[in-house]
Design a binder for this molecule. Sequence first.
Ligand SMILES: Nc1ncnc2c1ncn2[C@@H]1O[C@H](COP(=O)(O)OP(=O)(O)OP(=O)(O)O)[C@@H](O)[C@H]1O
Length: 248
Amino acid sequence: MSIQLSLQGIGKKRHGESPAYLFREITAEVRSGQRIVLLGTSGQGKTTLLRILSRLEKPDEGTLSLNGRPFLEWKPQEWRRRVCYVAQQPVMLTGTVEANLRAVSELHGAAFDKRLAEECMAALGLESLDWSKQAADLSGGEKQRTALVRALLLQSEVLLLDEVTASLDPASKRAAERLLSDWAQKRGTALIWITHDLDQAAQVSDFIWFMDEGRLLETAPAEEFFREPSTRQARSFIRRTDSEGSLL
Ligand SMILES: Nc1ncnc2c1ncn2[C@@H]1O[C@H](COP(=O)(O)OP(=O)(O)OP(=O)(O)O)[C@@H](O)[C@H]1O
């Protein structure tokens, strides 16, 4: 499998004048079709890291490369088409559901694949949603699923998923997990997925990245991570998360 995205010594300083780092020395590789779950307690900087990976924020240290080409050699929009960030709070554009679904292809001058959009909407239980409805009038869960489909239609090489099932009911959550895993397997899209739900993490991951104390402390095959985490911090994280259900 080819390496798609490479992170070399990525660091981000804390806001303000403080010389302290939110995280640093993040080095890892992401290969085609890998399903990676990014775990860690609140405030470790998981969202910030994903935003750096899609170039919505700049790192203070280190470099990224995509398919062997350093990030500064890519136009930001070209990069973001390939490394797509899906936020926890879906941002709906003004206009209809259909306008939202078409927005991505319009932005990138590509043909709109209506059939693919219909298939994805149906896979997420939105087959009867009226596409002429104003996106602003959708429920939270409908918005989250529509935003996910809109991102899938970009057909990026890497999808960065920030708690994208947080406002879904259990059946819709399972449907999203299935769709995204199938998507990774069939298309070779790599997924980096933040979740606080350890059952979901075990379900949707091949690899776990675990952040703590401002570092990427573990990168391990998921089965190995859950069976025998190699750091005291990860053991304690799993114990606490298991006993509390989640660590929001
Ligand atoms: N330069 C910075 N960029 C982003 N966040 C920063 C920075 N400096 C300090 N912070 C703080 O660090 C935390 C990082 O938040 P972030 O959402 O990235 O973490 P997270 O691990 O995803 O948390 P959660 O699991 O709660 O979503 C926030 O409390 C933020 O205010």
